[in-house]
Ligand binder design. Structure first.
Ligand code: ZN
Length: 443
């Protein structure tokens, strides 16, 4: 028996397809051969901040064991399905598939995967690693998909991870509004939360498990365990036929893309960060109701932007004051002629609130009424009893802050695939699962 890791990426376009769908098709085909899966299909979200990303920037890896005689057939099957199901006519869709025949994933590939999730990697680097480890790679067009394919192989999800069951639509329904019973989603959420997350937006009364595009996904349900997402899948009632479904093991909801840096000067465009600083300009609202403020440390300063139009994070951001100590989380947009380098906030932790100091006019020493100022350095006058004084001064007071020293996250409806939601805090996992559940895919 031989161990085979099959990675592929960059098959979809904004108008069609989904790389996870190819994985679903391959799972079923491989199961008809004498093949055993050593893990759930891995769905690895790469850096959402890369400028050329496909819609979700998700790469796939299938890990199997099989007889050596089957290798050729399997490789052909994979290349065939990738070719058949990719949007090859679309400019910017450059599929690739990688095959690695190792029992253990080499450390260099794990490092490569981390770089692809947190930063930018070059194709040359992937090609070099493919040679070093005697992997096989097939690229279509520019073949950029081999970067993601190799990264998906290298991300073994031994640290924190989650699961997602994805159900697919039949061909004739694709492109039409998705029809699932909203009440069954609420029911599912009540039954499986907090072991599933981001199912339903209770604020806007909106189902979150269905995407909106022309892709073949009917819905995706995310959770902590394969059992939980399977139960959720069995609870949701669809009003259209489900063509097939699969449970994936993923880095969704783990913050895997964010890298903590210690000074603002280390910020690089397109490399999502976690960084601390002191607020040094008051938040201001720019057109389309985005909020901008800046933070600084001894190494420099950087703009931060909250783009979410109505959510909890933006509501917190507008209450910031100069002097607040915060930790910000988000992707980094490069400078342009119109704006400096900017962190697009996904989260913010308020570490220490600065006191909000206000100055009030003094109270009248004779009658106790708050006095009126007669102008700068001209003293105060009491309107009630007529008392005047040049010696009284404004009184320094601390006002209440309506912001807490806590973590603020964008609302679930605005969260990225990789954003760790509140529900997941304290549920971080270490170690891959020891065994797989029996029914993790269709039929
Ligand atoms: Zn008075």
């Amino acid at each position: 028996m031989i161990t085979m890791h099959i990675g592929f990426d960059d098959t979809d376009s904004p108008r069609m397809g989904c790389t996870t769908y190819i994985a679903a098709l391959l799972v079923e085909k491989l199961c008809k051969l004498d093949v055993s899966f050593i893990d759930y299909p891995n769905l690895i979200r790469l850096n959402p901040n890369v400028p050329w990303k496909t819609r979700g920037n998700g790469a796939l890896c299938l890990r199997i064991q099989c007889d050596e005689d089957l290798i050729e057939e399997i490789m052909e099957m994979v290349v065939d399905e990738v070719e058949k199901n990719s949007d090859l006519d679309y400019d910017g869709t450059d599929p690739g598939a990688v095959f690695l025949f190792h029992n253990q994933i080499p450390d260099e590939l794990k490092v490569f995967a981390k770089q692809a999730i947190q930063g930018i990697v070059k194709k040359e680097k992937a090609v070099k690693l493919i040679k070093t480890f005697k992997a096989e790679a097939v690229g279509f067009k520019k073949g950029r998909g081999i970067i993601g394919g190799l990264a998906a192989i290298g991300e073994t999800l031994e640290g924190d991870h989650t699961y997602e069951v994805i159900a697919y639509r039949t061909l004739q329904n694709r492109g039409t509004p998705r029809r699932i019973q909203a009440s069954s989603v609420v029911e599912m959420d009540e039954k499986t939360s907090p072991y599933t997350f981001n199912n339903f937006d209770h604020e806007k009364k909106r189902v979150l498990i269905t995407p909106r595009g022309p892709d073949p996904i009917l819905y995706g349900i995310r959770g902590e365990k394969a059992e939980a997402v399977k139960l959720a899948h069995d609870t949701v009632r669809s009003e259209e036929d489900i063509e097939r479904w699969v449970i994936f093991r993923t880095n969704h909801g783990t913050d895997a893309h964010l890298r903590k840096i210690s000074t603002i000067q280390e910020i690089q465009p397109f490399n999502p960060v976690i960084v601390q600083g002191i607020v040094n300009t008051k938040p201001h609202i720019i057109p389309r109701r985005h909020v901008i403020f800046s933070i600084k440390d001894e190494s420099g300063q950087v703009d931060c932007a909250a783009y979410e139009p109505t959510g909890a994070l933006r509501k917190a951001v507008v209450k910031l004051l100069v002097g607040d100590h915060v930790e910000v989380y988000g992707g980094v947009r490069p400078a342009s002629p119109k704006h400096p380098i900017t962190i697009n906030l996904e989260k913010m932790r308020v570490l220490k609130l600065a006191p909000k100091i206000v100055f009030h006019n003094p109270k009248c020493p004779q009658c106790g009424r708050r006095m009126k100022s007669m102008g700068e350095r001209k003293g105060f006058r009491c309107k009630k009893c007529g008392f005047r004084s040049r010696n009284l001064e404004k009184i320094r007071m601390e006002d209440k802050r309506f912001l807490k020293e806590q973590l603020y996250i964008t609302s679930p409806r605005s969260q990225r695939h990789l954003t760790k939601p509140f529900l997941r805090y304290g549920k971080e996992k270490t170690g891959a699962p020891e065994r797989m559940i029996k029914n993790w895919h269709f039929p």
